[in-house]
Design a binder for this molecule. Structure first.
Ligand code: SAH
Ligand code: AVI
Length: 351
């Protein structure tokens, strides 16, 4: 039987007991949310990440995981409803039509979702598992604790037969916190896989394979290579919501690290690079900008037109994704697309 990751002895973050760090927060029947060791050190990590990324030349960067404070997550939710942002509604339609068949193929007892956000799409899978009477537990791994608490509570209320738990953590570093696989269906939706650099993918997939047992499944939402004009529109919406989302990362630095950015000093830039097959989002200084990030000891001077890269959103084909999966222990078992081939739900199987 699948061990609940919240109580799992296999979770390396449990090792902090007795090491002078706070113990895991959840106990059975108590708080359903716990933080990984890296989440307990989130501020320290953010300081180091921001210092290192802003020092990159010729192009300073900020890691896109820092978009998602409460305002950033709310802005992302608004993006998902924009007419230009086809991704969310396209993936939802695919999952509503195919979740039952995926559940039938994998026969999972546990659902785990990475970067679960508002936690809506998972419901197609939960409903299918409920129909088969196989739903035992649900684990969400998400960096935004506020959203995680809300979605965990909402799912627990609607699926009382399952044990629903949340892990505040980073899907790049904290996959081992899920504990060992077996009867698990892992979800990574929205095309969030595209927010990792392609060079990071082989290691990411190997880590994912390590928390899956042979036969377990992994559904990955993949935004597909397509007409650049369609991509450009999705990241340059007429209402300017993506621009606000982009600038929000500076507010997060102001709030958490005491930085003094004025987001209105920056223009939103998003363009498709056809050679790399990715969308790049940047913030471009409108004039000379001087900013301090005291907690990270950074003093930044940007000339008019200088840019900070804030996000990659990589687009894949079946073949380019398969190339990143090589040697990971995961293979593409099904590749389900919408009729326009905008988005794919890839069902990967642990070999
Ligand atoms: N799965 C949802 C949300 C996708 S948005 C959907 O399909 O709509 C991406 C989500 O991943 C956000 O909720 C964000 O907070 C979370 N996230 C981003 N980077 C993360 C990281 N490194 N580790 C964990 N969660 C992360
Ligand atoms: C979460 N992720 C898949 C979104 C994307 O499309 O890369 C984030 C986003 N960035 C701008 N708009 C939406």
């Amino acid at each position: 039987m699948l061990r609940d990751p919240v109580d799992s002895q296999a979770d390396p973050s449990a090792a902090h007991v007795g090491l002078g760090e706070p113990p895991p927060r959840a106990v059975r029947g108590g708080d359903p949310i716990r933080r990984t060791r890296s989440a307990e050190r989130a501020l320290e990590t953010m300081v180091a990440d921001v210092r290192q990324a802003l020092a990159r030349r010729p192009l300073p960067e900020l890691p896109c995981k820092y978009f998602y404070d409460e305002r950033g997550s709310a802005l992302f939710e608004e993006i998902t409803r924009l007419p230009e942002y086809y991704q969310t509604r396209t993936e939802s339609a695919i999952l509503e039509a195919h979740a039952a068949a995926i559940v039938e193929a994998i026969r999972p007892r546990q659902l785990a979702e990475l970067g679960s956000g508002a936690g809506r799409k998972i419901r197609s899978f939960l409903d299918a598992m409920r129909c088969h009477g196989r739903l035992q537990s649900v684990v969400l791994l998400e960096i935004n604790e506020v959203y995680l608490r809300e979605s965990t509570a909402a799912l627990q209320a609607d699926y009382p037969e399952a044990r629903v738990r949340g892990i505040v953590g980073d899907f790049v570093h904290d996959l081992p916190a899920l504990g060992p696989g077996g009867g698990r269906l892992l979800l990574f939706l929205a095309g969030t896989v595209g927010n990792l650099h392609p060079d990071e993918l082989p290691a990411f997939f190997r880590q994912a394979a390590a928390v899956l047992a042979p036969g377990d499944g992994f559904v990955v939402g993949v935004d597909l290579v397509k007409d650049p004009a369609r991509l450009h529109a999705a990241y340059n919406d007429a209402a300017g919501v993506t621009a606000e989302f982009n600038r929000n990362i500076l507010r997060v630095l102001n709030d958490r690290l005491g930085a003094d950015f004025d987001p209105s000093d920056f223009d939103h830039v998003a363009f498709y690079d056809p050679a790399r097959q990715w969308i790049e989002m940047r913030l471009r200084a409108r004039h000379l900008v001087k900013a301090r990030v005291p907690a990270a000891g950074v003093e930044l001077a940007l000339a008019a037109g200088d840019e900070i890269r804030t996000e990659l959103s990589c687009k894949y084909t079946r073949a380019s994704l398969a190339a990143r999966l090589e040697g990971s222990g995961l293979v593409i078992e099904r590749w389900i697309t919408d009729p326009e081939c905008l988005f794919a739900s890839a069902l990967l199987r642990r070999t």
